[in-house]
Design a protein around this ligand. Structure first.
Ligand code: 6CS
Ligand code: FE
Length: 288
């Protein structure tokens, strides 16, 4: 695909537009009721994909990594902008064999293969950790908009599995999705600054790569917002282009979720479509 033919042009200088997505949401063959529902809403949820002992194993690994002096200044450990509290741990599947094994046993890989209609590889893995009282928000965005512009992901043929390690309640910063927005590509305005990830991963509301308030309001009016609660061990699988966000967490209860992004092997990342330099491998795995 050349930039000239790029349907998913974004980081525009003029007025951003909303374009209908020409590509499928469900790329697989036979559709179960669950997959038909995923195609319509842009996400699906499953309870208890991992058991209590696996949840405990993963939480212990998060604690180990957070307190490992050898990782204290590692750029994969992203801290909140206004404190030393950990916001995200990237490359969680590389940093923890235990977490990797738990995710491999969760059913997420097979589910991603079914939805994407091909074999898959991990584009990015992370733990988003919203500690009690200090968990920061993530403003409304489409992951695919970033992965297309800054990582060179050609088409929206990727999904994210979010596996809850703590209960996700209404009050501790759960994922919120605008169901159906996966079918529209919301262009964003503004050129991508150099090394933008150093800012975008930390700040609640990045200055580039987020839709306008008008676009978000329009999408909210047409699609509403669903708050994705679930017990520890539950999983949400959502489309890479669904508009989503999460509020801050000022409750005493932490919200810790493992996110694994599966990309189709037929959708391997190329040169970033916004012309910026490729991001580090902990954000976007590149073919060897
Ligand atoms: O830039 C990224 O890849 C990350 N940023 C957000 C807000 N969601 C996806 C991903 O973790
Ligand atoms: Fe996101």
């Amino acid at each position: 695909m050349t930039v000239a033919e790029d349907v998913y042009t974004t980081r525009v200088t003029g007025e951003p537009r909303v374009v209908e997505r020409p590509d499928p949401v469900f790329w697989g063959g036979s559709r179960s009721a669950e997959y038909t529902d995923f195609e319509r809403r842009g996400f699906l949820q499953r309870e208890r994909v991992i058991g209590d002992s696996d949840v405990s194993t993963c939480l212990a690994e998060i604690d180990r990594i957070q307190h490992d002096p050898a990782l204290r200044d590692d750029e994969r450990i992203v801290r909140e902008g206004d404190s030393v509290a950990v916001r995200s741990i990237f490359d969680i599947l590389e940093l923890s064999d235990a977490v990797r094994r738990v995710v491999e046993a969760s059913g997420a890989y097979d589910l991603a293969r079914d939805i994407l209609g091909s074999d898959v590889y991990v584009h990015q893995s992370r733990l988003n950790y919203k500690p009690g009282f200090q968990g920061g928000a993530f403003y409304w965005h489409s992951d695919f908009e970033t992965w297309h512009a800054e990582d060179g992901m050609p088409l929206p043929r990727a999904v994210s599995a979010s596996i809850a390690l703590t209960e996700n309640t209404q009050y501790n910063g759960p994922l919120m999705i605008m169901p159906g927005t996966q079918r529209y590509f919301v262009q964003c305005a503004g050129a991508t600054p150099d090394d933008f990830y150093r800012e975008s991963l930390v700040t609640t509301m990045p200055r580039v790569g987020v839709p306008s308030e008008d676009a978000i309001t329009d999408m909210w009016r047409r699609h509403g917002i669903e708050v994705l609660t679930g017990g520890a061990g539950s999983m949400t699988m959502f489309d890479c282009n669904a508009l989503h966000a999460s509020g801050g967490n000022i409750s005493p209860m932490p919200r810790a979720n493992v996110f694994v992004v599966f990309n189709s092997v037929e959708n391997v990342v190329q040169a970033p479509f916004s012309g910026s330099a490729p991001r580090p491998s902990f954000l976007a795995k590149r073919p060897a």
